[in-house]
Design a binder for this molecule. Sequence first.
Ligand code: PLP
Length: 388
Amino acid sequence: MSRDTPDSDKAVHYLDHAASTPVRPVALEAMLPYLTTQYGNPSGAHRLARTANKAIDESRELMADLLGAQPGEVVFTGGGTEADNLAVFGTLTARPGRAVCSAVEHHAVIEPVESLGGSVIPVDHDGRIRFEALEPLLDDDVSLVSIMLANNETGMIQSLDVIAGMVREHAPQALLHTDAVQAFSWLDVADLGQVADLVSVSAHKFGGPQGVGALVVRNSAALAARAVGGGQERGRRSGTQNVAGIVAMAAAAQEMVNSRDVEVKRIRALRDRLLDGILCTVPGSLETGPRDLKTANIAHLCFEDIESESLLFLLEKADIYASAAASCSSGAMEPSHVLAAMGLSRQLGFGSLRLSLGYTTSEADIDAVLAVLPDAVKRLRDSEENRG
Ligand code: PLP
């Protein structure tokens, strides 16, 4: 769907849902009372406080149900980064040892692991973990293995059940964490069952507001708090909870899960039409990794002989909003660590484009990209040739 931006009347074709997806109306409606009339602090004792506390309890129950967990296993956080940091630092503080993660993790995992001197596992050309590289790293000294369920740049899904089997066999003391921030909208995370001990999600990826998320901590998992003080979240994350954000996150998650099966089919068909249309009209374009191993919403491509920053500029001029890599690293002069880990050349890495679809995406958005992109790539290549 073409959406109106708040600061203009112009309709835009928003294809950056993996960065942030618009807040669902149902989430906005659910959170409003807690920003207006129901402003109590959930740790207090009076009626307004009890109302806020009850809203958190109900949201916790709902999130637990949707994530295949018990309510007491859900720790509300200030987003995906905090959930990932808590999983890595919290586990390693509770049980000092070694942390292991993949080379394609989000920075919110890879930086904590590297800062603790942990090991980084290489991936293959598709961005999937090399099992033969993981196995020798697993031993009794490993406290945590963190492998994302789906990648934020390419959408590539990891075989978490196989990885869990290897971890249980070769590093039985270790906890398995999965960053499911990108996966939750497209895969049944509740299905992970007992596969992962720790699971991170973030509301703004599925139609809740930015700055709120959750970490599922299986009951037996030892985790030291990062934020201490008031003892909220059973002492695992002190700080007054973001009541409105938590309520909105639960409402968004419920709507997302209820519509997920239908949406996955609809979005996959749109994504495939988009990719096929680009691949057959733009010479020198390449899809990164096999589509059937990816989440339904991400179209990730590399174009020879162009720089994605210039392409994004031309797309935005046509009111198409996309990104070149993880949004946080967009604009950086280094190609993404994910593409580098997959062995893509720097030249191709500089020409990467992520078009990510979401619940508001329509046929018109796909038509708009297909009408603009081939010409934009051609113009950039022509101007490069003229300059050369
Ligand atoms: N993990 C993944 C896979 C992500 O895609 C993101 C956000 O892009 C994060 C973690 C960080 O989440 P947040 O933006 O809520 O801090």
